[in-house]
Design a protein around this ligand. Structure first.
Ligand code: FES
Length: 565
């Protein structure tokens, strides 16, 4: 079997003659100017996601040079190869639809090409989960290198960071607090450097989770994109990946297990991370045969305090987290509840990494101590009940506390189009005590589970000063958003489900304490309404999107494809 070979002799193209296959491959490799000495080395594949449609990866050319330097200095040959790139704001209908396509691309290209270890370079939102899902399935020695977060900008003395502040100022513009000139001026100050969004959005959350899982160099998740340390850790990743290629180092299946996934969930709760991370972590764990259980999430959430004070829940930005000690410091604070025997790609246990950390020099306004947390309970919880029999997610840390035990009247929008047509209609029958409900925005819907769960407050209520309302949907929400937003309702409303049968005027009850979400109609009425439903028709009849709609699993199973688990 060719895979027992190292370097260029792996994964040979099949011409029916192995020696000829090797000969032909070396001949063609020589057309790229490689010497025999280079071609005899183990190979580090570099899964590379630079794209003109991905602003977050703008610093990759410089990082790639540093990675190559590290690989070459340590006795292996670096070979970058492209996979698709998912620039969050450049994709229609949503980057989520393409996460699994990217994961398939990553898996197949790692498996098909000759490499002894792989460095995954990527960071924008869906990119990290897609890279890791693919690499976990391919299961060769793997290290992840993210671009790092953006630095903040400044407007009239106020720090700005994508994209919590994008939403904040857009809401001000919608409520006429600022005018068109001002919002246009702010547009150029929100995302001012390379790197991923500057707050605790999905990209930051996934980078932190990845570091917790042990799949990247310790301490590297929060290094700002433009910091020299970002280049140094790129070189270090190259050095480590070369050693991994030479030494048959541990593979993802040797590093990631139920315990490290539990550590990642604890950290997700302590950073009050993006709700999207639950879906992604479920999909990533699913590739390794590990199940993420939402009732277990609730147990961990009740005993894991929020320690990190970053937007959208708190005040700081990712650069502050780096200066306060980064992920290592968070792990140190949480150490008593973590599984310290989990190893990372350097071969060290979590205990080894934390043993020499001291309490001094910590900015406790960014990373709080366990004895004085930002919040006593974890940032995310799952809700269950007659409206969400299989579960829904609430980021309670970003919610308005007075809305957490609440009963209200539903105002229903049947689709995104319906929402955009009517939300600002002055005649819309809505008041501030109502609950906004959006249907047909789940994983298999025609809109592909967009980050639309942060339904806009109707303009007439905004103008009255209403800042938050309960909003419920089967959609997702950007990790940079905030409010009392209930997401990922499962089963989704594209299927025969309770969410699909909610009508205007129905009463809905939320209880954070009971972790429940109920539609207050009788069981008979529920059964009768559901029996009259028909499944929404898929609109895609060819190509990848057809495959997506037919194969995507519910949010509670990570929205992976049924044939990829
Ligand atoms: Fe790339 Fe936010 S747009 S991480």
């Amino acid at each position: 079997m060719t895979n027992s070979e190292k370097g260029l002799g792996k994964n040979l193209t099949n011409y029916g003659d192995k020696e000829f296959s090797k000969y032909l491959r070396r001949s063609f490799a020589k057309s790229m100017g490689y010497s025999n000495k280079s071609l005899n080395k183990p190979i580090v594949g570099i899964c590379y996601t630079e794209s003109g449609f991905n602003n977050c990866h703008r610093n990759f050319p410089e990082m790639l040079e540093a990675v190559k330097r590290g690989v070459l200095s340590s006795g292996a040959l670096p070979i970058p190869f492209p996979v698709i790139s998912l620039g969050e704001t450049f994709l229609n209908p949503t980057s989520m639809v393409y996460r699994n396509l990217m994961a398939m691309c990553v898996e197949e290209m790692i498996k098909a090409q000759p490499m002894d270890s792989v460095i995954l370079m990527g960071g924008c939102d869906k990119t990290v989960p897609a890279l890791l899902m693919g690499a976990f399935s391919a299961n060769i020695p793997t290290s992840l290198l993210v671009p790092g977060p953006m630095m903040t900008g400044n407007y009239k003395g106020e720090r700005l960071g994508a994209c919590t502040d994008c939403r904040k100022f857009w809401a001000k513009y919608r409520s006429n607090e600022i005018d068109k000139n001002e919002i246009d001026l702010i547009e150029g100050k929100l995302a001012t450097t390379s790197g991923t969004c500057a707050v605790m959005g999905t990209a930051s959350t996934m980078a932190i989770i990845s570091e917790t899982l042990g799949i990247m160099i310790p301490g590297s998740a929060s290094i700002p994109s433009v910091h020299a340390d970002r280049l140094r850790v790129s070189e270090e990743t190259g050095i480590l990946a070369a050693q991994m290629a030479i030494n048959n180092s541990p593979k993802p299946k040797d590093i990631i297990n139920k315990k490290s996934i539990e550590n990642a969930i604890r950290v997700l709760l302590a950073i009050s991370g993006s709700t999207n991370a639950i879906i992604h972590l479920t999909a990533m764990a699913g590739r390794l045969g590990i199940q993420v259980d939402l009732t277990e999430l609730n147990r961990l959430s009740d005993e894991t305090p929020v320690l990190v004070n970053l937007k959208p829940v708190g005040k700081g930005y990712m650069e502050d987290l780096y200066n306060a000690g980064g992920v290592t410091r968070i792990l140190f604070e949480l150490r008593k509840s973590l599984h310290l025997d989990c190893i990372d790609i350097t071969g060290k246990t979590l205990e080894d990494k934390l043993i020499n950390l001291q309490k001094e020099n910590v900015n406790q306004s960014i990373i709080y101590s366990l004895s004085n947390p930002v919040n006593k309970k974890g940032g995310l919880i799952a809700l269950f009940g007659s409206l969400a029999p299989d579960g829904a997610i609430l980021k309670r840390a970003a919610a308005t506390s007075s809305l957490l035990e609440y009963e209200g009247r539903a105002v229903v929008f049947s689709s995104l189009e319906d929402l955009s047509n009517r939300i600002d209609d002055p005649n819309l029958d809505v008041n501030e005590s109502d609950i906004l409900v959006l249907q047909n925005a789940g994983p298999s819907s025609n809109s592909g589970m967009p980050e639309a769960g942060y339904l806009p407050i109707p303009k007439k209520l905004l103008e009255k000063g209403v800042k938050d309302m309960i909003r419920i949907s089967d959609a997702r929400m950007s990790g940079t958003a905030f409010g009392t937003i209930i997401l990922h309702v499962t089963p989704e409303s594209n299927k025969k489900s309770p969410l699909a049968i909610v009508k205007n005027g129905d009463k809905i009850k939320l209880s954070e304490e009971n972790k429940s979400l109920d539609l207050l109609i009788s069981e008979e009425e529920m059964i009768s309404r559901i029996s009259k439903l028909t499944n929404q028709k898929n609109i895609y009849n060819r190509g990848y999107k057809k495959l997506y709609q037919e194969s995507v699993l519910p949010a509670t199973q990570g929205c992976d494809f049924d044939f990829l688990k």
